[in-house]
Design a protein around this ligand. Structure first.
Ligand code: 6AU
Length: 262
């Protein structure tokens, strides 16, 4: 029996507003690709975002590595998100107590909550991190992903750490709509967490610094992930950015079609 619903079906049924708009957008653009644009200048970030924009559902940033960050960068990113119809995910990996992350999310130079539709958090501090971020993000309609499993070699995110993280998500479904993880996390028929999986590459298996790559087929068909996150595989060769974005988008979408047909 086919237990995998289409993105459209999942979007129609999902209780979380952020997940609903994400699923609708994925189907509309026929893309389950998120590009991680880990570059250090405003110019490169905007130029890659514009080049990959037509092919992605989510554009992922590490805003604190941009050396010439300014407010105009955020305005331009927001314009690109509208132009190309994608969501922005600031990969901040919050990891502190609720009161501190609240400020890190809302304030400081970056004011992440004001422009990033999605962000993520480690569960190591306990559930207060979700409550703190939620005080800022929920009124703005933002969504949170918990880091349930990391892609890197030797990661401690396994066993009871992972299962406790899933329990935390279950208790906070208004704000937490999914995970950064390597496998599907749903255990019950009535729950539908979105799994975004980093560590995706078609040409190499690792980067010499602990990162481990799997193919879109392994992630989506074999492990039940929903969205592939690809960084260096796409922006690594500046002349090939658009071609690689198309290639990964096709590989991700083909894997999804195979999964829903199984
Ligand atoms: O494809 P890469 O290896 O160039 O980039 C992978 C991207 C990077 C990491 O910071 C991020 O994915 N990432 C994450 C995220 C998204 O939270 C978690 C993880 O376990 N591994 C990982 O690589 O921007």
């Amino acid at each position: 029996m086919n237990t995998y619903k289409t993105y459209t079906e999942r979007g129609q049924q999902h209780p979380n507003a952020c997940a609903r708009s994400l699923f609708e957008l994925m189907e509309r653009k026929q893309s389950n690709l998120s590009v991680a644009v880990d570059v250090t200048t405003k110019k490169e970030l905007l130029s890659i975002a514009d080049a990959v924009g037509p092919f992605v559902c989510v554009l992922k940033t590490h805003i604190d590595i941009v050396e010439d960050f300014d407010h105009d960068l955020v305005l331009q990113l927001e314009q690109l998100a509208k132009k190309h119809d994608f969501l922005i995910f600031e990969d901040r990996k919050f990891a502190d107590i609720g009161n501190t992350v609240k400020h890190q999310y809302a304030n400081g130079i970056y004011k992440i909550a004001s422009w990033s539709h999605i962000t993520n958090a480690h569960t190591v501090p306990g559930e207060g991190i979700i409550k703190g971020l939620g005080e800022v993000g929920l009124p703005l309609g933002r969504g949170l992903l918990l880091l349930a499993e990391m892609s890197s070699k030797g990661a401690l995110t396994k066993g009871s750490y992972t299962s406790e993280s899933v329990e935390m998500a279950r208790r906070n479904k208004d704000f937490v709509f999914g995970f950064i993880a390597q496998h599907k996390m749903n255990e019950h028929d009535d729950e539908d967490f979105v799994v975004m999986s980093p560590g995706v590459g078609l040409d190499v298996k690792g980067d010499g610094l602990g990162q481990q790559y799997r193919t879109p087929h392994e992630v989506i068909v074999e492990s039940g992930g929903d969205i592939i996150i690809v960084g260096r595989g796409i922006y690594g060769n500046p002349d090939q950015v658009e071609a690689q974005a198309k290639r990964y988008r096709q590989a991700g979408w083909d894997a999804y079609l195979e999964r829903v047909r199984l």
